[in-house]
Design a protein around this ligand. Sequence first.
Ligand code: RIB
Ligand code: CA
Length: 304
Amino acid sequence: MIPVLIDCDTGIDDALALIYLAALHKRGEIQLLGATTTAGNVDVKQTAINTRWVLDQCVLPEIPVAAGLPGPKHVPLVTTPETHGDHGLGYINPGVIDVPAGGWQEMWQEHLSDQATRLIVTGPATNLAAFGPVKNVTLMGGTYLYPGNTTPTAEWNTWVDPHAAKEAFAQAEQPITVCSLGVTEQFTINPDSLSALIDALGEEPIAQHLPEMLRFYFEFHQAQGEGYLAQIHDLLTCMIALGKIPFTGKEVTVDVEADSSLMRGTTVADTRGHWDKPANAFLIDSVDIAAAHAELLRAVTSTS
Ligand code: RIB
Ligand code: CA
C-alpha cells in the first residue's frame, strides 16, 4: 500500500485525479495521507475549498486538506477561471467551506520523512520549492520540444511559478518524475467516456456533479479547437506516479527560464550532457493511453 500525498491546484483535472486517488484509497491500494494546495487554476483558498469538497463528495472527510503558500514569490499570481470556471470546478459552485489555515508544512514533514511516501504535484511547484528536496516526487508540468499551452514554449503550471519550478529542479536530490504536455495531452475524456466513468462511480455522491464540472471543460477545449473533450493531465500523472500503467522515460537534466518575459516558464531538458550536470528529472516520453482509460474504470468500479 503506497503512502501518497497530493499537492494540487484543484481545478477540474485535479478533481478527477482526487477522485481516482480516493478510489485507490478505498480499495486499500494506496494510503492517501492528505492533500495540500497551491494557487494556480484559482487562488489557494479556493483550491483548498475545492479539494475539501471533492474529497467530501468522495465520502473521505477524514483525509486532511491544507492550503499551501498563497502564490508565487517573485511574480504576481495569475489564475485561469476561463479554463476551470470562476470557482475552479467548471459550472459547480462548492459553496463556502472552512478549510483550516496552515499546517501544510507540518503535514509534509510528518509524512515525507518516510522515503516510501510518494508526493504527486499537479499544480505550480510553489510549495515544493519552498519546502526543499523531497525524495519521491512526480510532477505534472513543463513541455519539452512540444508546443506550450500557455505560451508557445511554456506549460501552465510552470509558467504560473517559473522560479519555483527552477528551484525545485535545482534542489532535487533524486530525479523528479516529470509528466509533461507531450504525454499528458494524449489522455482525454469526452462525453462517452464521461458517461462510462459516471456509471462506474455508481452511487458515489461525486458522480452527480461530473456533468456540470466537465461541461465547462469540454466547452473550453472546444473553443480552443481541441474538440468537445478535455485533456486530463493530472489524472494521468497520478497513474504514472503509482506505476499503474505502462510508460517509458529517460533521465535528463532540466532547467527552467524564469526571468525572461518572452520565454517565461520554458522548460529545457539536456539529454546529451551538454551542461555536465547530474540528472534531476526522469522525463516520461511514452505512456499506454488505452491502459489509462481501463485503469480509471477499474479503480472506480466498486468491489462490493
Ligand atoms: O497545463 C496543465 C496543468 O495546468 C494541469 O495541472 C491543470 O490542472 C492546470 O493546473
Ligand atoms: Ca492542476
